[in-house]
Design a protein around this ligand. Structure first.
Ligand SMILES: Nc1nc2c(ncn2[C@@H]2O[C@H](COP(=O)(O)OP(=O)(O)OP(=O)(O)O)[C@@H](O)[C@H]2O)c(=O)[nH]1
Ligand SMILES: [Mg+2]
Ligand SMILES: [Zn+2]
Length: 366
């Protein structure tokens, strides 16, 4: 495959911008402008290689040894922008943002909170939280997804799919509206194309959307419908447990025929957090607002007198389960933050230990 930029610069720029290239990335390239590095976007991650695209050609690339061994370096994920020399990734450009969570399987026990980060995708404009209006539908799970997405500083959009399964699907919309303030919510069906045209703006030139949700929610089916043909395999939902069977196993960035990109994902079993930001305040704005009026500034909204939040629950203004979910996530995030600070402390200590040893060795050598 040809690895030089042989087309004229404006055509190149156009091809890259269609893939989401912006000045944020262009500026990072300036120091290397004379090195002949080729910018490309990671469109898929394989076992030991990365599928990349420069808008014209796709190229399977490997990581430069230096990058691989440098633990502080960024390991590329789908959606990343990288700089290539031939078919070797020599640099991963600083991300605009990323959707990440605690690595799966570490969330169930309190003492085994996620210790590792799993980055789902990078450089995103929108995150579709896809929920099927079948047994998948669960308001508390949607609240968790919202907290996850907001914690990563990203823009959530809720997609309620399989609307065709109900004669009156609108009531789901109202239920979700009551727990997702200000979040765009779209009621759609990939079976009869209800509501699909409303999704077009998310796929305008250069925009990247990723889809998250349970297995069997209907993510890949939606990708296919939006694309206009089958580009992703879809699965069935077990009638016994009402769950999907993890049909999608990789994360691929797909360029839509009319522009815009989508990253399909495998279904998520457990939503564990990694980022700790103000996601919970964003996902539960009415609780945050009420808590300003609680008698105690550190009110935990569990038993305290003068608690405005409990007052609102008593009056039926906030569902008790919503407050419970809020408190559970608050505890999880506080625990996670403590752990992360602890491990940051440990890293710092190790660093100083290393410095001390070096000084000692230097003194000895004198
Ligand atoms: N009735 C109906 N069924 C749908 C709709 N969308 C998806 N399905 C069905 O739901 C099942 C699962 O769909 P997928 O698209 O494979 O689900 P997924 O979210 O990609 O699942 P994973 O890849 O396992 O995460 C398939 O049998 C689809 O035919 C819809 O709008 N209406
Ligand atoms: Mg799928
Ligand atoms: Zn309170």
């Amino acid at each position: 495959m040809d690895n030089t930029i042989d087309t004229n610069p404006s055509e190149n720029h156009n091809l890259l911008s269609q893939l989401g290239w912006t000045s944020h990335f262009q500026n990072q390239m300036e120091p290397f402008s004379d090195k002949g590095l080729i910018p490309a976007r990671v469109v898929g991650v394989r076992k030991n290689s990365f599928c990349t695209s420069d808008g014209k050609n796709e190229r399977l690339a490997t990581l430069a040894g230096k990058l691989k061994h440098d633990c502080g370096g960024i390991y590329p994920v789908t959606g990343d922008w990288v700089l290539l020399t031939d078919s070797v990734i020599s640099r991963v450009l600083v991300r605009k943002n990323a959707l990440s969570r605690g690595a799966s399987g570490t969330h169930s026990r309190q003492e085994a909170q996620p210790q590792k980060e799993q980055i789902i995708a990078a450089n995103l404009d929108t995150v579709f939280i896809v929920s099927g209006l079948d047994r998948d539908f669960n308001l508390r799970r949607l609240e968790r997804y919202l907290t996850l997405v907001y914690n990563c500083g990203l823009n959530p959009v809720i997609i309620l799919t399989k609307a065709d399964l109900h004669p009156e699907p609108k009531h789901f919309l109202h239920e979700v509206e009551a727990v997702a303030f200000g979040v765009p919510i779209h009621l759609i069906s990939a079976s009869d194309d209800t509501g699909l045209t409303c999704l077009a703006p998310y796929f305008s030139h250069g925009r990247t959307t990723t889809m998250v949700g349970s297995s069997g929610a209907g993510k890949s089916t939606l990708v296919n419908r939006l694309y206009g043909e089958t580009v992703q395999a879809t699965g069935s939902v077990s009638s016994h447990v009402g769950k999907g069977r993890h049909t999608t196993t990789s994360r691929d960035l797909i360029l839509m025929p009319k522009g815009g990109m989508v990253i399909d994902n495998p279904g998520i079993r457990e939503i564990s957090f990694w980022e700790v930001d103000n996601g919970i305040d964003a996902a539960f704005p009415e609780i945050e607002k009420l808590s300003l009026g609680c008698r105690f500034t550190d009110c935990s909204h569990t038993h305290e007198p003068g608690c405005r939040v409990l007052g609102a629950v008593d009056k039926g203004e906030i569902p008790g389960e919503r407050l419970e979910n809020y408190r559970k996530m608050r505890r999880e995030l506080a625990f996670l933050s403590l752990r992360q600070n602890k491990s940051a402390d440990r890293v710092e200590k190790e660093r100083w230990k290393g410095v001390a040893l070096k000084i000692k060795a230097m003194k000895k050598g004198r």
